[in-house]
Design a protein around this ligand. Sequence first.
Ligand code: GLU
Length: 372
Amino acid sequence: MRSSNHDHRRIVVKVGTSVLTGGTRNLSLPHMVELVRQCAELHYQGHEVIICTSGAVAVGRARLGFPDLPATVANKQMLAAVGQSRLMLTWERFFEIYSIHVGQILLTYGDVESRHRFLNAQDTLNTLLEHRIIPVINENDAVATDEIKIGDNDNLSALVAVLANADLLIMLTDQPGLFTADPRENPDAQLIHEVDVIDENLLALAGGSRSGLGVGGMTTKLQAAAVARRAGVDAVIAAGTELDVLTRIVGGEMVGTHFAALETPPENRKRWILAGVTHTGYLVVDKGAARALSRRGSSLLPAGILAVHGSFDRGDTVSILSENNGEIARGIIRYTSEDLRQIKGCHSDNIAERLGYTYGAVAVHRNDMIVL
Ligand code: GLU
């Protein structure tokens, strides 16, 4: 990869439902065994491989014979509970062919939200890898409620890459990568080999694209790539069916769409901020504040906040969005959502007067913030 300056020793491989099923309604065992073969090859070359697998819900549905169920949360959780164990069994059996052990980790935001739990999850991952065991990770779909749900495995895989301090994140899907236009509609669409800036134009290009049974699409993959590269992780989107896709990418070939890491991995606390954003809390800031955060690395003051969404406490990690809803930063908030609703737009000198107390002039301090 052009600007990557480190070895890809630790690699997160995200396998989407469309890849696992090969576009059918069942697991495609030939596809899976082929990916396992490549992971085993990387493993024996000395790489540390982490699998981020989707497919629990799809496999559960197939396992139960495609029952006609109302699309309730509880039914989906039931399908995930049935499917997850089957999915895991399949990974385990295939890795056994190569005498490699696997270990299952099921995550939600709840598991990385507090610094304590983040460090704990990190220890588990590191211990598995030290013992040359391949972690196989999915979201804990059977119990995750909306407040703690990550929701799609692209963002989950970025979180895992951040948590694991990985060097490379490979997101495998049913498309060869990101195109200049929708290739199904435009025959002139070209594969983009390398992305420098993930901006609104690019997000618009990714549009509402999504693949068959999975949850995510190109947009969630771009979000994941943005987080990964900010954490010092190179990212690639590529087709799971491309011949030797994993070994070729790790070997340095430009297969798929590449996003080079923007910086060297930040210290662990900043990585926690990147990973630990609560889904429920976000702030919309005005243009001036957006510019000050992105260009000057300033702290966020209440005066620049236009809207406060969700409910959060002091010390939670929130997402900071621009007026057109693009995420520009993540950071640890110094006021509760209730407080902020009262002091948004307000000059910092007037905080004490409005609230009757103050925790200081800033809403998010620059040291507690990662700009995306
Ligand atoms: N965690 C979900 C599952 O295993 C998949 C989410 C996604 O497709 O991104 O069924």
